[in-house]
Write a protein that binds this ligand. Sequence first.
Ligand SMILES: [Zn+2]
Length: 209
Amino acid sequence: MRSIFLPVFTLKSKKTSDPGWKETNHKRKNINNLDLISKDIKFPPEPPSKVLLQKIIHGFSQAQIPSCIEEGGCAICGILWAQSQLLPIIDYKEKLHLLSDNGRIVTRKERKKQSDPISVIPGPILNIQSNVICTECAQSLQKDKPPNLALANGLWIGDVPPVLQNLTLAEQLLIARVRHNRCVVRVSSGMHKMRANAVMFANPTPKIY
Ligand SMILES: [Zn+2]
């Protein structure tokens, strides 16, 4: 469940506190007024030329190629990105030591029965089903820093079992470990504001007497 969080500010105070506001606003009005930019614009305008049409169609086609639409998961952070923004992980093989658990228990091997020992998965903490990484993770590795959203930062949850994939909202609420509660009100200006603190209950909630 997501909370609506919008910034609350008053436009009046911004106008008065910023001395350059009037000037900026005046310039913006002038930009929007096409008559002031060029008085030679004729109405109605000429139909687009063949070259312009070709440019528009080419641009549209380039934006619709599969690599710009298809998504893939980053092996380091697990976030979905467009294929065009993913890089092969093999190019960053020497930097993968940054993604080790450093003695912390982040991962856990699957146990088939209760008597099986609890052990971690050796090696760097990665999404092993992916062999590509996103540009943000690649930039962090180039600076010799583990990415903030890396699975190695305690965000690893392992493979999601098929029965828990593609759940409806109601099913997600039923299996959630924590239940969120919040209060959002609409103020007179049409904006929303948070009126009460967010409250979280463990799910299932223990019996309260
Ligand atoms: Zn990533």
